[in-house]
Design a binder for this molecule. Structure first.
Ligand code: NAP
Length: 550
């Protein structure tokens, strides 16, 4: 389709083959691939730049806890050979530079409209197109609507009474200002102890006159042991990058190359386990969870890893009462996203850091000069909300999406998200969700899963165009089967035992459904590939001239 030019003062009516929402890693690669098919695509991005997660999450200490050599695109051999990562775990500014490099290298910016949110989308059954409303007041018609809105992009501040009365500065880790914030000399409160808090607390503690950490639930964290990447290490990756990427995609559960012993923790002796966990702790990072093959399947095995980390906390933190409070005791290790830190537990040995147990005494009110938790008031100059996101569905739900029969996606998902393969939802033709609920997404290396979804969507659209088809949606039966399968597999593991954002448990009133697919990246890829090879079994494909699928 060609863009239609506005002919008067009326709002611009634009038309493209595809609208992509979001210019993070998903949206950028999607645009690149659609261009390769010769399609016209428009990306709307609410930020002023590319990078998605890495555009917004600029809090002190933000870095990725998947190793840089793996947390990067594999689709271009030239790109992966040229780009030089400086650290084992890339800091946020470096990942953002990488996203910008990709946007420039593949000349993507000319099709991205920044500072523009997508507010609504309506499917017109007669024409088989989406009408997409944006925050600039314009409408865009598109055959395909592709949500690359990210899984952790709807930052959330709990509804604390008195929030607007606070006289100091407030920040959310997922909405950090685009300038350096220096807390020197200030009394700072950090609310939350998830991954974002655990990365930022040690740095804020070095600056602040006093730091209060308001903890509701203690989290398991393992050391990052971040370091510069040696030339030899980078060269070893680059010598067979394509093969390593393939193995990560096809042979690892989470799209990250790690050696996982084919052994249960319970098959080992106590000394053997101690040695394995010490090795994992010394290696650092999330591969600690790969010390044995059953840590997320067997509670008894998991308990041994929990005990080890609780022991480490007791060794590091000098005050036994503070150590006890930092020792997680209400969920299996890994059932909430394991955190990766640099000096997190040791930070609580500093005289200017106080851990406050807001499980025992919840935050009741934000005051003009601080906050009240239980009977106690804490005077604060600044509050950092490290309180997380309305994960996986939050950024989709913000868009008022009306499907084929006028029903909204929010109405359909009122009891939890329903998607086939985490890619499409019945009743919403030609709407694709990159790393949507029901796909491995947040349980995997996100870039591996993004590339797989983008490739699948691209192949699907190419298949349709080759056959003169222009409409696809999953059948209700296939979707129901997939949702049941996602649930069934999740309940074979320890994951549902935690009140995690995977379960929607961090948002009051959100349905408790385990949202990502836990069956592993290779199995999932195979299922997607087989469905495509089998003429998109479980999907109805038609042309606009044919009847609407049932
Ligand atoms: P999060 O894991 O959801 O943590 C939010 C924290 O805020 C939790 O400790 C939560 O306590 C607390 N909280 C929420 N509402 C509260 C309230 N009313 N009172 C007191 N405490 C409250 O969010 P996040 O740390 O931003 O991390 C989200 C995800 O992003 C991670 O799990 C990870 O997948 C990703 N991430 C990755 C990296 C990395 O790659 N290194 C870094 C940052 C984030 P409860 O646990 O009690 O609810």
């Amino acid at each position: 389709m060609d863009a239609l030019q506005p002919n008067s003062a009326a709002p611009a009516l634009r038309s493209h083959d595809a609208v992509i929402v979001g210019a993070g890693f998903g949206g950028l690669y999607m645009l690149h691939r659609l261009r390769g098919l010769g399609l016209s695509a428009r990306v709307f991005e609410q930020g002023s730049g590319v990078g998605g997660t890495w555009y917004w999450n600029r809090y002190p200490g933000a870095r990725c806890d998947v190793e840089s050599m793996q947390y990067s695109y594999g689709f271009s051999e030239d790109l992966q050979q040229d780009w030089q990562w400086s650290e084992r775990y890339a800091p946020q500014p470096e990942i953002l530079r990488y996203a910008n490099h990709v946007a420039d290298r593949f000349d993507l910016r000319r099709d991205i409209q920044f500072d523009t949110g997508v507010t609504a989308a309506r499917f017109d059954d007669a024409s088989g197109t989406w009408s997409v409303s944006t925050s600039d007041g314009a409408e865009t018609a598109a055959r395909y609507l592709i949500l690359a809105t990210g899984c952790l992009s709807n930052a959330r501040i709990p509804d604390f009474p008195g929030l607007d009365d606070f006289a100091g500065k407030t920040y959310h880790t997922g909405h950090w200002p685009h300038r350096t914030i220096d807390f020197t000399g200030q009394r700072v409160g950090v609310i939350g102890t998830g991954s974002s808090a655990i990365q930022s607390i040690p740095i804020i503690a070095e600056q602040a006159a006093h730091l209060f950490v308001f903890q509701r639930t203690a989290n398991f964290s393992v050391p990052a042991h971040n370091a510069a990447i040696s030339t030899d290490y980078a060269a070893s990756w680059k010598s067979d990058y394509a093969a390593r990427r393939r193995r990560a995609r096809e042979e690892t559960r989470n799209g990250i190359l790690t050696v996982v012993p084919d052994k249960s923790a319970m098959e080992d002796t106590a000394e053997g386990r101690r040695a394995a966990y010490e090795a994992g702790w010394a290696r650092g990072g999330i591969s600690f969870m790969s010390s044995y093959n059953d840590l997320l399947l067997n509670k008894e095995a998991n308990d041994t890893a929990c005990d080890f980390v609780r022991g480490k906390i007791a060794e590091i933190v000098r005050d036994p009462a503070v150590a006890r409070l930092l020792q997680p005791n209400d969920h299996p290790i890994g059932s909430k996203r394991i955190c990766v830190d640099t000096d997190y537990y040791a930070t609580f040995n500093r005289p200017n850091v106080t851990l406050v147990n807001v499980r025992a005494e919840p935050i009741e009110r934000i005051l003009p000069n601080g906050l009240r938790a239980g009977a106690k008031e804490y005077a604060l100059d600044a509050i950092v909300f490290a309180t997380g996101f309305d994960a996986m569905t939050g950024s989709v739900a913000k868009i008022d999406i009306h499907g084929r029969d006028g029903r909204t996606l929010n109405q359909k998902w009122v009891e939890g998200p329903r998607c086939h393969l985490g890619l499409m939802s019945a009743g919403f033709p030609n709407l694709f969700i990159i790393t949507g609920p029901g796909s491995p997404s947040v349980l995997s290396n996100m870039i591996v899963s993004i590339e797989q979804h983008v490739d699948w969507i691209t192949d699907c659209i190419a298949h349709m165009r080759a056959r003169g088809l222009d409409r696809i949606e999953p059948t209700v039966a296939a979707e129901d089967d997939w949702v049941a399968h996602v649930n069934e597999v999740a309940h074979r593991t320890l994951y549902p035992q935690a009140n995690s954002w995977y379960m929607g448990a961090n948002i009051p009133g959100k349905p408790r459904i385990f949202m990502p697919y836990i069956g592993g990246v290779p199995a999932y890829r195979q299922i997607c590939a087989e469905i495509a090879a089998n003429d998109y079994a479980g999907f109805s494909l038609s042309s606009a001239r044919q009847a609407t699928p049932a």
